[in-house]
Design a protein around this ligand. Structure first.
Ligand code: GLP
Length: 240
């Protein structure tokens, strides 16, 4: 795992945007794996600016998002589909039909998950996967456990994640307790992975990711088996 330590959040956003943009320049038909959460918002803003300035073209780009709450309707302003439209898709020249987010209202969630993995495969696999990291080490919604799922699946959220994500909801009872999420193998199949960690709340887990052993209790540590992972963090997350 390569580590890029940046001065602050803005610099992390810029570095991450430059890496994603370079993939898009090198392969105008690239398949992007995208993440939600507050961390990648700055990166999305820069990518949108680069698109507006004519530096990068998303017209033939496909995207697959990591996860979605369950149950959750796409037009709910807390859905990850809504988040992606608001923070990126509405501001770039991507064909919305080429953007994929798991259906949080799928009647048969198992089928939805299996179909999602198949669609990613049929698209040729993910060229670059963007990840954030939960304070407990979760990636997408793969929560620390004695067992991790390989493929896209339905999962229960841990108390730590429900607490952390409650800041986006009116009250904690509104946070869904389940989600559909890409699994660890689905993520590891991406040809390149960048993981972003910023702010003091990510300091402990960033240290654990860099120095700790591979363990299902820290799902992000699974990334250590991948040959092309770049951790981009700010000084607050990196610590001393
Ligand atoms: C959510 C998402 C993750 C994200 C994490 C961190 O639970 N499912 O994909 O990485 O939160 O979010 P933030 O960037 O807001 O700290």
């Amino acid at each position: 795992m390569r580590v890029i330590v940046c001065e602050n959040y803005d610099e992390v956003s810029k570095k991450a945007a430059q890496i994603v943009a370079s993939e898009v320049v090198l392969n105008p038909k690239a398949v992007l794996g995208l993440a939600t959460g507050s961390t990648p918002v700055g990166m999305y803003k820069i990518l949108a600016e680069m698109n507006k300035n004519g530096e990068i073209d998303f017209s033939s780009i496909k995207s697959f998002n990591l996860d979605e709450y369950y149950p959750m309707s796409a037009d709910n302003d807390q859905s990850y589909r809504y988040f992606m439209n608001e923070n990126l898709f509405n501001h770039i020249n991507i064909d919305i039909k080429n953007t994929h987010v798991l259906d949080g209202l799928a009647e048969d969630p198992e089928k939805e998950c299996a179909d999602y993995d198949k669609m990613i495969e049929e698209a040729g696999g993910i060229d670059i996967q963007v990840l954030g990291i939960g304070q407990n080490g979760h990636i997408a919604f793969n929560e620390p456990d004695s067992f991790l799922y390989a493929n896209t699946h339905i999962t229960d959220l841990t108390e730590s994640t429900i607490n952390a994500n409650s800041r986006f909801f009116e009250k904690i009872e509104d946070v869904p307790t389940k989600a559909l999420t890409m699994g660890i193998a689905s993520i590891l199949k991406a040809r390149r992975i960048i993981i972003l960690a910023t702010g003091a709340s990510k300091k402990a887990i960033t240290k654990e990711l860099i120095e700790g052993e591979i363990s299902t209790n820290n799902p992000a540590s699974m990334l250590k088996v991948h040959k092309d992972v770049i951790l981009i963090c700010d000084k607050e997350a990196y610590g001393e």
